[in-house]
Write a protein that binds this ligand. Structure first.
Ligand code: FAD
Length: 414
């Protein structure tokens, strides 16, 4: 039996692409090696933060990271077995961290971030999905005087719809657990947050009910090519054929490797700690401790903090020292409080060196589409990417005829 579209990988990118295709009347199958209950799309911070947030590759990033390393607060770890691929990635990362690129990246973030927020809102209204979604801004908190001053110099104008610089009483109202070491805070109002696990479970349920086929606990380990097309994919158990194949396997590149397509992408391991705490101390909205690379997100029944950017590791275990180091850095800037019912988690961001996703049609095998490399902003851009890939598929168009691919895809950005 030949299927219509097979999506390999049921993370947020796979499910959002399935959603857009299903709405467009296509018949979709999602295949995943797990039961889709705990991939990277589940345990992240849940920020939809495309607005007024500095990209990862930004001018000054290397110096700032080194300073934090000296202070013992750096979120970044690079594993000692630096291989050639990671070395190339790091080189490209440093090369991309320049002022011209920054402006372009921020403009693209805003364009595709807005499409995403509108889409999440529409899904909740039209499809009755409950994402625990809050469009009430992201509070950027500064623990270093210099970086706060730098930020203030950038926001030395008034735009009440966009941001608000907080005085001490407003900081206390929004972040009651913050201590006196906090230097300042700015609320960036256009950002939003939700509960990513809820999003994933609601989506999976919605798609199943609306005819999307799920084949779970089957790892696709091979691809066969014929006449410049993907002819079939197979697991240890079965072979599947389809008109179109979408690759959305997160940080894993096995299938791209078989195709001999080098994806400029590296796994960047991160951690989350989810816990309950006294209600009156919970932050009022999602909060980024900008100098520490720690995010705190209030949720319906608990709170989550996330951090760390470990390059060169694919070890899925939760490493105790990393969890302790997050807690230690975090507690320097909060009043004492008890974390209870703690759940610790780790996952891998599929990180590209310039914050651009690797999306589009394979140049040689035209029925193979990539939905990869969404890095640290997969929740923020997946609905936009789903729409872009859907357009590519239903219009049967080439990359060169799709403006969104040419603008946003890392395949077309030097
Ligand atoms: C600590 C942390 C915090 C983060 N915070 C945020 C945030 O606040 N906001 C934001 O926008 N983003 C955030 N992110 C990033 C976001 O989580 C990712 O970008 C996103 O989840 C990636 O989604 P994905 O669909 O590409 O991959 P995944 O969620 O990893 O899904 C890939 C799926 O492919 C399957 N798969 C892989 N290979 C195969 C195969 N061969 N056969 C079958 N199935 C396969 C896997 O089982 C998996 O289910 C964060 C990430 C981390 C780690």
């Amino acid at each position: 039996m030949k299927r219509d579209v097979i999506i390999i990988g049921g993370g947020v990118v796979g499910l959002m692409t399935a959603y857009s295709l299903q709405k467009a009347g296509r018949s979709v199958t999602v295949i995943d090696e797990t039961d889709i209950s705990d991939n990277t799309s589940f345990g992240n911070a849940g920020l939809l933060s495309a607005f007024d947030k500095t990209p990862l590759s930004n001018p000054g990033v290397v110096l700032d990271t080194l300073k934090l390393m000296i202070k013992g607060e750096s979120p970044v770890n690079i594993h000692p077995k630096l291989d050639y691929k990671l070395f190339r990635w790091l080189f490209k990362f440093v090369q991309s961290a320049n002022e011209d690129r920054l402006k372009r990246t921020l403009a693209l973030f805003e364009k595709y971030g807005q499409i995403t927020i509108d889409r999440y809102k529409q899904m909740q209204i039209e499809d009755g999905l409950d994402f625990d979604f809050h469009h009430d801004g992201m509070l950027s908190v500064f623990t270093e005087e210099k970086s706060y001053e730098k930020k203030l110099a950038k926001y030395n104008f008034v735009d009440n719809d966009r941001f608000e610089i907080f005085d001490n009483s407003k900081i206390k109202e929004y972040l009651p657990l913050g201590n006196e070491k906090i230097k300042g805070a700015i609320l960036f109002k256009r950002n939003a947050h939700f509960d990513p696990k809820r999003v994933m479970l609601e989506m999976k349920n919605y798609l199943s009910k609306n005819g999307v086929e799920f084949i779970l606990n089957e790892r696709i380990s091979n691809i066969k090519f014929k006449d410049k097309k993907v002819a079939s994919i197979s697991s240890a158990l079965n072979t599947y054929e389809a008109e179109t194949y979408v690759l959305s396997t997160g940080y894993q590149t096995l299938l791209a490797d078989i195709r001999k397509k080098e994806l400029m992408m590296t796994p960047a391991k991160g951690y989350s700690i989810t816990f309950t705490m006294p209600k009156e101390l919970e932050p009022k909205t999602s909060t980024l401790f900008a100098d520490l690379f720690i995010v705190m997100t209030p949720r319906r029944n608990d709170v989550r903090i996330t951090s760390k950017l470990e390059l060169g590791s694919t070890d899925p275990r939760v490493i105790k020292e990393q969890i302790e180091s997050i807690k230690e850095n975090f507690k320097k800037y909060t009043i004492p409080f008890e974390m209870e019912d703690i759940v610790e988690w780790s996952g891998f961001r599929p990180l590209t060196p310039n914050d651009m996703p690797l999306i589009g049609r394979d140049e040689e095998y035209k029925n193979l589409i990539y939905g990869m490399g969404l890095g640290w902003l997969g929740m923020t851009f997946a609905p936009s990417v789903g729409e872009i890939l859907k357009d590519l598929i239903i219009k049967d168009s080439e990359n060169k005829n799709n403006d969104d691919i040419l603008l946003f895809s890392g395949f077309y950005q030097g």
